[in-house]
Ligand binder design. Structure first.
Ligand SMILES: NC(=O)c1ccc[n+]([C@@H]2O[C@H](COP(=O)([O-])OP(=O)(O)OC[C@H]3O[C@@H](n4cnc5c(N)ncnc54)[C@H](O)[C@@H]3O)[C@@H](O)[C@H]2O)c1
Length: 358
């Protein structure tokens, strides 16, 4: 078992049967335990968890509807009503078993109910393991805007066991891969070299790489929990990516990882365009992203709508759009102002890549 310790949260990576979860559950033996799942993790992950920890047999199971479109207040209201009807108190424990949608929503539900219940994350998707479950951010979407309502409250502990990925659909590995690439691009050139050719499921379950990714996030979050400065680096690819994700939310939703991959390509292009990133390194990044992710053609109207959505980004100040840019592979800076004309050029470029690579 590898333990990544931090003042904010400890993360245990490895066989969950050997983790401290059993001891924690024992400490709640006279309390209620609520396991939050979605339909997929209910069907594919819950039985394993309960077989491994039989004390969970008496827990209440809360089933969330699958998918980002359900990371909304209406769903939370139903769950809080259920918490209230079951008589759950603030000393009970919430255990979130699922991908980022379950951990974001479950963390939000627990951190708000009765001003905060203890909760634990057991991420079951690659993206959940290396990103969503780490760092204490919980939240839900508001209309087209991602993660507008939320809290920064760390889970009591996070248990990362790649065994849960045994049932993860292949596309979901590439969803998480985008965040792996993000860590490498902002912080670790060696990691980029290690993972740039990843393509098979066995690669993505590599414990060393998972630990490296979690460690990068933990190191950054430890220094800046409330995202006043360095934590903004974790938004590389997300200024443009979240806007693209939001743009498609009400038509044909695309995965978070896919949107972030497109966003990283646009923001790497912007880094090159602004003279920060060399053409050669930009090309390396473009090659990796276009190898894995389908690029999308945007009309002029789409581009305008995407830029409009970017004005809602959390990192903006005084009505200006700011983003993370790369100085090189493995090196990044935050608080770079982007002009609409520059963003338009980058979106046009990634739109053109759809003709070349798809
Ligand atoms: N809080 C944060 O810091 C943070 C960081 C990054 C992303 N996020 C959020 O995470 C969410 C995306 O997470 P995600 O990609 O895990 O999405 P998700 O939770 O929707 O999971 C993706 C799909 O995989 C299924 N699934 C999950 N685990 C499975 C398993 N073991 N076997 C079979 N199917 C499984 C889910 O049911 C779903 O259909 C977004 O809402 C994003 O905003 C949060």
């Amino acid at each position: 078992m590898r333990v990544i310790s931090s003042p904010i949260q400890d993360v245990e990576v490895g066989n969950i049967a050997d983790s401290s979860l059993e001891k924690i559950l024992e400490s709640y033996s006279d309390r209620g335990i609520i396991v939050i799942v979605d339909q997929n993790t209910h069907d594919l992950c819950l039985e394993f968890l309960i077989t491994t920890f039989p004390q969970l047999k008496k827990s209440e199971i809360i089933l969330l509807p699958v998918g980002e479109e359900n990371k909304v207040m209406e769903v939370c209201m139903q769950v809080w009503n259920a918490f209230s009807e079951y008589g759950f108190g603030r000393k009970d424990l919430v255990l979130n078993l699922g991908g980022g949608v379950v951990t974001d929503t479950g963390g939000f539900l627990a951190s708000v109910y009765k001003r905060g219940m203890d909760f634990i994350h057991i991420p079951t998707s690659l993206l959940g393991m290396i990103d969503a479950s780490i760092g204490g951010k919980n939240g839900i979407d508001l209309n087209q805007y991602k993660n507008q309502l939320g809290t920064i409250t760390a889970p009591k502990r996070v248990f990362v066991d790649p065994i849960f990925m045994g049932t993860l659909p292949e596309a979901e590995f590439y969803n998480g891969y985008a965040e792996m690439l993000k860590y490498a691009l902002i912080r670790d050139k060696v990691l980029f070299e290690e993972i740039k050719d990843f393509s098979k499921e066995k690669d993505f379950s590599d414990l060393d790489v998972i630990v490296k990714c979690i460690q990068i996030k933990v190191d950054i979050v430890d220094g800046d929990l409330y995202e006043k400065a360095e934590r903004k680096l974790l938004n590389f690819g997300h200024t443009v990516g979240h806007a693209i994700e939001g743009f498609f939310l009400e038509s044909v939703p695309i995965s978070h990882g896919h949107a972030v991959a497109l966003g990283m390509c646009a923001e790497a292009y912007l880094s090159m365009d602004k003279g920060k990133l060399s053409k050669d390194e930009y090309k390396q990044i473009e090659q990796v992203l276009t190898r894995v992710y389908p690029f999308i053609k945007f009309t002029d109207e789409d581009t305008k709508a995407i830029i409009k959505l970017m004005y809602n980004d959390k990192k903006n100040e005084s009505g200006k759009i700011y983003s993370v840019l790369l100085n090189g592979i493995g090196s990044s800076t935050f608080h770079n102002e982007l002009l609409e004309s520059e963003i338009g050029k980058a979106l046009l470029h990634i739109s053109m890549l759809s003709d070349i690579y798809n």
